[in-house]
Design a protein around this ligand. Sequence first.
Ligand code: SIN
Length: 533
Amino acid sequence: MTAKEVTTDFLVIGSGLAGLSFSLKAIGAGSIALVTKQDIAESSSRYAQGGIAAVTSRDDSFSEHIQDTIRAGDGLCRREIVELVVNSAPDRIRDLIDLGVEFSRRPENRKEYDLGREGGHSRRRVLHAADQTGAEIEKCLVEAVRADKRIAVFEDHIAVNLITTPDPADRGRSRCRGAYVLDRKANRVKTFLARTTILAAGGAAKVYLYTSNPDTAAGDGMAMAYRAGARIANMEFMQFHPTCLFHPQAKSFLISEAVRGEGGVLKTGDGRLFMAGYHPMKDLAPRDIVARAIDAEMKKSGADHVFLDISHRPAAFIRRRFPHICLRCREFGIDITRSPIPVVPAAHYSCGGVRTDSRGRTSIPGLLAIGEVAHTGLHGANRLASNSLLEALVFADRAAGLVREESAPPRSLPRVPPWRIGRAVDASEAVMVAHNWDEIRRLMWNYVGIVRSDKRLARAERRLRNLRKEIDEYYWNFIITADLIELRNLATVASLIVRSARRRKESRGLHYSLDYPKKDDRRFRKDTVLWKK
Ligand code: SIN
């Protein structure tokens, strides 16, 4: 029988790049418990294809990477954070190499790394491991974490709620003390008490019907932090990746932006190249612009997809540079060395999240947030490609530095009541979970997608209000399951996105409104911040 209460110095929630690398860096600063809702290797990081942007070549400069990031962010990046992240990049890349991560090298000079280019970048600066960079990094981090017995890993454990109590040493201000966590195998809720809780629970793209993300990206961290009273910023900026494979069985498989970086071009069904009409950088324009251009072309022609064509490059090059994409497309009957790939945009990355400072501190003492769950100010209104793994690495490092400095003999943790099951009885109405789940994701896709309007947002808000009421009733009346926890989180995050989008009465970065098609710097050059009063 496993203990119902676990006491630890650091509770890490999530096993993507941020959670794993924080855990490794915090070794020695105290005891570490890492909870992850499935297998430790499952996370969005694992599916990252493109790579990590970092200035490593003599032709490049920090100032250009900073400028590219700020230009993509469309007026909302925090300059000091951009500088911090870009300047730290080479050191964080070195950490990964020391851990055994093998980035691709140039075939003509094996001493040099092969640098990829992606949308919005003025230089080649993306380190990659062919087209499976996330998988290569996760493999090395997972091996290192598994090998170190000082990190206690709890797989199949999904966090339910953060635990907060008043802190008498801080004038009664609410402090995070850990989390209630559902052990999915034992089917019971355990209490994890921690000196510091580190949210590394990833993003929320699963709130949309079509997403490049794995099923785990349900916005759990953002929803829990919001319920606990944390400040949540810029949720309206959901990034849609312009090119996911259009195929009924492909589950929005990503076709990396690096394909366009290597010369791939977007075209309509009748072979017309269209990006020159939308941006001077054509197919390598920032992602928000490319996704909107595809959406506009699809609406204009009534087609349900466009095409991405790299077949003009030598077949041997395509196979070497994109082995995974070649293989997956071939499984669906597409030979990308000979024919164009049918593609559509899909929800990909949450630029908003739990607001933090430059060391991962949230507005709740005792709670840090790192990785996609966080809003640090790096991405502004639109993330520059391949800046997200970098952000996760830099903030994991900074948060670990912080807990090391704060490292102190553990203060006694307060007693907290066990999770209350209340009037719960077994849920047999799984159909309600499935129905509401589908409804939320569909309404977000239809009403809160790439192009928005006041009317659609108002409709989404009304519908979500009713759904949330229904879900809450269900939630407190039945024994909780992982599906129910995720459904409740999805509903919360969907509402946060809609509320933020309704406040921003302009178009900027990833938020485009038909009613306010212009940017309004005077009124809206600021973050949208929400919290539970
Ligand atoms: C891609 O490979 O296109 C994804 C990279 C990213 O999201 O930064």
